[in-house]
Design a protein around this ligand. Structure first.
Ligand code: HBI
Ligand code: FE
Length: 286
C-alpha cells in the first residue's frame, strides 16, 4: 500500500493514483505480464485470454483503471475499484454484489515476484478482471457477492469461501483441447499454471457444488485437488440457479473433506499420486 493511499470511507475504496506508480513498478507489471502470457498461451481458457486482449492489458505498464473500466463497463457493466489489499468479507461481497471488483492498488516488489500473501494489482487485474468481460462470469461474481452476504447471516461463510476458492481462484475448465485454466490464483502464478495442468500429484475432479463446499483448502501451497467445470454456463446453472437454503440444511452436519481426499461418489478426471481415497464415508457425501 502506498503512503498516499488515503481510505475515503468504509467501502475501502481508494484512488488508484496511477500517476504515482514508479518506472520500476510499471516494469514489474510488464515482466509479469509477458511471463504469464507465454505460459498461459496454450494453458488458459480462451475466454480468459480473450479478456486480456479485450482490456488491452499489454499497453505497457500497470493498467490505468479509468482506461480499462471504459471497456469493461461497456461489456458487462462491471467496474474495477482500487483497495489497499485484503478487505473485510462484508466489504468484498458488497462490492461484488454491485458489480464492482475490488483490486489491490499496490504491485509486488522485485523480491516477491513469485509469491505474496495479499492480492496485489497483478493478481487482481491480470488474474480476475479479464473474465469479468465475460457476461456469464460477471453474473457469477455478482451472484457470489449477494450469496456471500446471505451466507454470513446463515453462518455458512466457510462453505461459500470454498466455492470461491475452487472456482474463481483455482478452477479448471474442460475444453475440446483438454483441461484449461480459468482460476485467477492459478493464472497469476508462474508455478501453479504449470503444476495445475501437468503435475501428476493433484486430483482433478468433476465440479459438484455440495462436494466443493465441503472441501477444505490450502492457502500456503499448490492445491491437492482441482475441480473441473464443463462450461461457465454449467457453473452458473449449478450455483446461481440453485436454491441454497436446502443445500445449507444438508451442510449443517458440518462434514468436511481434506484437500487430498477422493470420495467413492467423485467423478475422477485424473487421480493424483498423493490422493487419499476414502472407501466409505458415514452418511452420504455431498
Ligand atoms: N479482499 N481485496 C480482497 N480480495 C479478495 O479476494 C477477498 C477480500 N476479502 C475477503 C475475501 N476475499 C474472501 O474472504 C471471501 O471470498 C470469502
Ligand atoms: Fe484472488
Amino acid at each position: 500500500m502506498s503512503s498516499h493511499a488515503v481510505i475515503r470511507d468504509d467501502d475501502y475504496v481508494i484512488d488508484q493514483n496511477w500517476a504515482g506508480y514508479t518506472t520500476d513498478e510499471h516494469a514489474v507489471w510488464d515482466f509479469l505480464y509477458r511471463r504469464q502470457r507465454d505460459i498461459l498461451a496454450d494453458r488458459a481458457d480462451e475466454a480468459l485470454l480473450a479478456g486480456h486482449e479485450a482490456l488491452n492489458l499489454n499497453r505497457g505498464g500497470i493498467p490505468d483503471f479509468r482506461v480499462i473500466n471504459a471497456e469493461l463497463k461497456a461489456r458487462t457493466g462491471f467496474e474495477v475499484v482500487a483497495v489497499p489489499g485484503l478487505v473485510p468479507d462484508e466489504v468484498f461481497f458488497t462490492h461484488l454484489a454491485k458489480r464492482r471488483f475490488p483490486a489491490g492498488q499496490f504491485i509486488r516488489g522485485r523480491r516477491q515476484l513469485d509469491y505474496l500473501q495479499e492480492p496485489d494489482i497483478f493478481h487482481d487485474v491480470f488474474g480476475h478482471v479479464p473474465l469479468l468481460t465475460n457476461p456469464m462470469f460477471a453474473d457469477y461474481l455478482e451472484a457470489y457477492g449477494k450469496g456471500g452476504l446471505r451466507a454470513m447471516q446463515f453462518g455458512k461463510l466457510k462453505n461459500l469461501a470454498a466455492l470461491y476458492w475452487y472456482t474463481v481462484e483455482f478452477g479448471l475448465i474442460e475444453t475440446p483441447k483438454g483441461l484449461r485454466i480459468y482460476g485467477a490464483g492459478i493464472s497469476s502464478s508462474k508455478d501453479e499454471s504449470i503444476f495445475a495442468l501437468d503435475d501428476p500429484s493433484p486430483n482433478r475432479l468433476r465440479f459438484n457444488l455440495a462436494r466443493v463446499m465441503r472441501t477444505e483448502y490450502r492457502i500456503d501451497d499448490h492445491q491437492q485437488t482441482y475441480f473441473v467445470i464443463r462450461s461457465y454456463k454449467d457453473l452458473i446453472h449449478a450455483t446461481v440457479d440453485q436454491d441454497f437454503a436446502p443445500l445449507y440444511m444438508r451442510l449443517a452436519d458440518g462434514v468436511t473433506y481434506k484437500p487430498d481426499t477422493i470420495l467413492p461418489s467423485d467423478d475422477v478426471i485424473t487421480q493424483g499420486t498423493q490422493a487419499y481415497a476414502l472407501a466409505k464415508i458415514a452418511g452420504t457425501p455431498g
